[in-house]
Write a protein that binds this ligand. Structure first.
Ligand code: MRU
Length: 343
């Protein structure tokens, strides 16, 4: 399995997701500022992977803090990392987890604090892989045998510390003996589906077909798709799901064609402080991601552009939300809260 992100003596090493699949290159982040840049520039992306990167960024920040006011320096580290991408709540979840540990160690020797923060960041990474496997185990029974699964964006090993959430469900279904294949939507403008999901699946020998985003309705209507499985960046208390732009139309088309639409995500992606999806901050990215493809202009100079990176799928389109603690179904206010409160 591909290593998305690793802690090494030389720094935080990430596979460069802007260069896949043409090049398998690795980037080493030696400072927390470099980790923040890697998150913002999508060298690493995908909600859980962003969380792991942020945790490691906080640990790097502590390692490189000078002899001055550590509290003030740690605040600056956390603020910089929190300012990278606004939608995936896993980013804030991971920073809060590191902050809580730091606060609990106030007054301890700096070396001890540094060691503890590094260990915690490594734990966030290890736990993420275990969580993905549990999501896979819980979701596999939902996938019909001898069916095609449609997915959008990349919610695979590359979007996590390993194994994936939506692709974790697909991997676990195959490991349980089911014969399934995958349709991957290309996911304009960053092409996570075309570049990353297909790369992962081809590497694993999982049968996979690439389609453009505007083909989803055609194939959902054809009867070929047994279910849709996608990941999530933030899930509100009522079950509304923010995920990669283009997820919402897939969900609507799935319901129209009686195809179940499943969301696979860790508990750390739930944001029960938000009552509904309209409150989720949606990242707006640079216009050049839309006007250009691989650095080549495809739209006229000066044209107005919108580039929201995520959309919100209302809970009524979501057949189930698969987490590491179990499967939630409507009414989500109740079922999600129960999962969160479960020890
Ligand atoms: O902009 P990205 O590539 O970070 O967006 C990723 C997604 O939307 C994924 O579906 C989501 O983060 C879940 S990843 C397990």
């Amino acid at each position: 399995m591909v290593e998305t992100i690793q802690w090494t003596d030389g720094g935080v090493v990430m596979i460069d997701q802007t260069r896949l699949p043409l090049e398998e290159a690795y980037v080493t982040c030696r400072t927390y500022q470099e980790v923040a840049t890697a998150i913002r520039d999508m060298i690493i992306r995908g909600a859980p992977a962003i969380g792991v990167a942020a945790a490691m960024g906080v640990a790097l920040g502590a390692l490189h803090a000078d002899g001055g006011d550590l509290d003030r320096q740690m605040d600056a580290v956390c603020e910089t990392l929190a300012g990278t991408r606004p939608t995936a709540v896993n980013l804030f979840w991971a920073i809060d987890r590191m902050k809580r540990l730091y606060a609990s160690m106030r007054g301890k020797p700096v070396e001890e604090i540094r060691r503890a923060l590094v260990e915690e960041a490594l734990r966030v990474r290890e736990e993420d892989i275990e969580i993905c496997r549990a999501i896979g185990r819980n979701g596999a029974p939902l996938v019909p045998d001898h069916a095609t699964v449609l997915t959008h964006c990349n919610a695979g090993a590359l979007a996590t510390a390993g194994y994936g959430t939506a692709l974790g469900v697909i991997r676990a279904a195959i490991e349980s003996g089911k014969k399934i294949d995958v349709f991957a939507g290309e996911t304009r403008p960053f092409l996570q589906g075309a570049r990353l999901t297909t790369w992962e699946l081809v590497q694993d020998g999982i049968p996979c077909t690439l389609i453009t985003d505007n083909m989803a309705g055609h194939f959902l209507k054809s009867g070929r798709i047994g279910c849709v499985v996608v990941g999530a960046d933030r899930i509100a208390a009522n079950g509304d799901v923010a995920n990669k732009i283009g997820t919402y139309p897939v969900a609507v088309l799935a319901m129209e064609n009686n195809v179940p639409f499943y969301v696979a995500a860790p508990i750390s992606t739930l944001d029960l402080t938000l009552a509904e999806g309209g409150q989720i901050p949606i990242e707006e990215r640079a216009a050049c991601e839309v006007t250009h493809i691989f650095g080549r202009r495809v739209a006229p100079d000066g044209v107005e552009v919108r580039n929201p990176a995520f959309d919100v799928t209302p809970a009524r389109y979501v057949a189930a939300i698969v987490t590491e603690r179990g499967v939630a179904r409507a009414p989500y206010e109740e079922s999600l809260r129960k999962l969160v409160e479960r020890p």
